[in-house]
Ligand binder design. Structure first.
Ligand SMILES: Cc1cc2nc3c(=O)[nH]c(=O)nc-3n(C[C@H](O)[C@H](O)[C@H](O)COP(=O)(O)OP(=O)(O)OC[C@H]3O[C@@H](n4cnc5c(N)ncnc54)[C@H](O)[C@@H]3O)c2cc1C
Length: 438
């Protein structure tokens, strides 16, 4: 962050997801007069709790459900810094676990604690469920990626990148990792972005591959404390206000008629495209061209049941939608409540939520030993959960026009649609808007 005193400018942030929160917090830290517009009654965007949904909590207590289970990893440096800035102790609100893929009835791959590179090598060598030749091939391939500094041709898919790996490694490691990290199937996902995720998570420094699981409802993790922090700093929060219009007038921008020196569009790409269509049609065209992938979360309840770990991997298949299950009772929520996550869920959205819920329930009954029969609590679909992270994707730039900036997980950057990508882009937009550099 620039440390010298900057002239105070009036900065409007449009959208209060993690990118908008990050932009508002950083702009405020830089001494800017911040006004944040958020169309929903609460901050948080796609990573929020459903406070109005406690009616579904049955007899298990009233803790709110989240709009979808989220995982952070140790490499999410900007997210952790943002939490620290607003006074949230991440060791209290996030459960840190070494990367370990456990299935309900068997162990999967795990990385022992320690320095990333030796830990990766030891973890792979020790995983005897794969033939030695398969392990050796994976290590040789990973060494090649390392030597090439995790770079590859932009047009490659993950399947093409990994074509020489043994089928067992592609099926049991690459495909699930790709869908979990990028919410895009390995046949369509960008190899370049996948390598960047691997570089930062597996080789990014001590603890970078650790899983960080929220143990408070998502809104308590960032949105609610950020709201308090911003208000304490004197920022103006316009909750429940959807920005209708944005016009340029001289050096200023009029947001619904109110003048600002700089505007950060941290709303969804579709809304950002609508708002700047007249001023920046080329940018708006790129933002509109993005395609999206859904995620479905099926919440089940089963009083008295406890999983062997807070998070388990599941074997997905034609009749088994979910790739992961989270025991929310071990994550600070009501005991006996479980979140089943279906990433890359387009085929299941097409089959309908009722069928998906039932298929997940049957998968759960087959794969897990329950203390009491599980029941469906809620099936939630986020149809535009993340942009489809495909090769050669043209992501819209952070700079739209002088004084007008974009922040969001979809904005040009090295990561797929993640909390870290959103927070990082919000920080960059705030610094650029505050310094006025173009
Ligand atoms: C179910 C699900 C699971 C996920 N799991 C993970 C995970 O495990 N790990 C991970 O890193 N990421 C995960 N993600 C992705 C992550 O949630 C997103 O990358 C991140 O939340 C995007 O934040 P954002 O601020 O860019 O966008 P958003 O959260 O979409 O924020 C945009 C905000 O703008 C507001 N807005 C829109 N138009 C206007 C307007 N005109 N005026 C005012 N406000 C407006 C919206 O209401 C919204 O609050 C998941 C996403 C989903 C949906």
């Amino acid at each position: 962050m620039p440390s010298r005193a900057l002239p105070q400018r009036r900065v409007a942030v449009i959208g209060g997801g993690w990118a908008g929160i990050s932009a508002a917090v950083h702009a405020s830290q830089l001494g800017q007069a911040v006004t944040l517009f958020e169309m929903a009654p609460q901050l948080g965007g796609r990573a929020r709790s459903l406070y109005d949904n406690t009616a579904v909590s049955s007899d298990l207590g009233g803790a709110p459900l989240d709009n979808g289970q989220h995982i952070l990893i140790g490499a999410y440096r900007h997210c952790l810094e943002l939490l620290a800035t607003i006074g949230v102790d991440h060791s209290e609100v996030l459960l840190r676990l070494p990367l370990r893929l456990r299935y309900p009835r068997h162990e999967g791959l795990s990385l022992p604690p320690g320095r990333p590179l030796p830990s990766f090598v030891r973890g792979i060598l020790a995983y005897q469920a794969w033939p030695l030749a398969a392990r050796a091939r994976l290590l040789a391939t990973a060494a090649g990626w390392l030597l090439q500094r995790f770079q590859c041709a932009a047009e490659l898919t993950v399947d093409q990148l990994c074509a020489d790996l043994p089928a067992i490694v592609r099926q049991e490691l690459i495909a699930p990792l790709c869908i979990a990290a990028m919410n895009t199937a390995s046949g369509q996902a960008s190899a370049r972005v996948f390598l960047r995720v691997l570089q930062d998570s597996l080789f990014g420094g001590s603890g970078s591959s650790d899983l960080l699981l929220p143990r408070v409802p998502l809104s308590c993790l960032l949105a609610d404390p950020a709201q308090t922090w911003l208000q304490d700093q004197g920022s103006v929060l316009r909750l429940g206000q959807r920005l209708q219009s944005l016009e340029q007038q001289g050096n200023q921008w009029l947001a619904d008629g109110e003048p600002f020196d700089a505007v950060i569009l941290a709303c969804t790409s579709a809304e950002a495209a609508r708002l700047c269509n007249n001023n920046a049609p080329d940018w708006a065209f790129k933002a509109r061209a993005l395609r999206f992938e859904p995620i479905i979360t099926v919440y089940l309840e089963s009083p008295g049941s406890v999983l062997p770990a807070p998070m388990l991997a599941l074997q997905e298949g034609a009749q088994a939608p979910a790739q992961f299950v989270f025991d929310l009772g071990q994550l600070g929520h009501a005991p006996g409540r479980f979140a089943f996550v279906i990433s890359g869920a387009a085929p299941w959205v097409a089959r309908g939520l009722a069928e998906t819920g039932l298929a997940t329930l049957q998968q759960a009954e087959r794969e897990i030993n329950w203390h009491s029969p599980p029941k469906i609590l809620k099936v939630l679909a986020e149809k535009r959960a993340t942009f489809a992270c495909t090769p050669d994707l043209q992501r819209p730039a952070a700079r739209i026009s002088p004084g007008l900036f974009a922040a969001g997980d979809y904005v040009a950057g090295p990561y797929p649609a993640t909390l870290e990508g959103a927070v990082r882009s919000g920080r960059t937009a705030a610094i650029t808007a505050a310094t006025g550099h173009w």
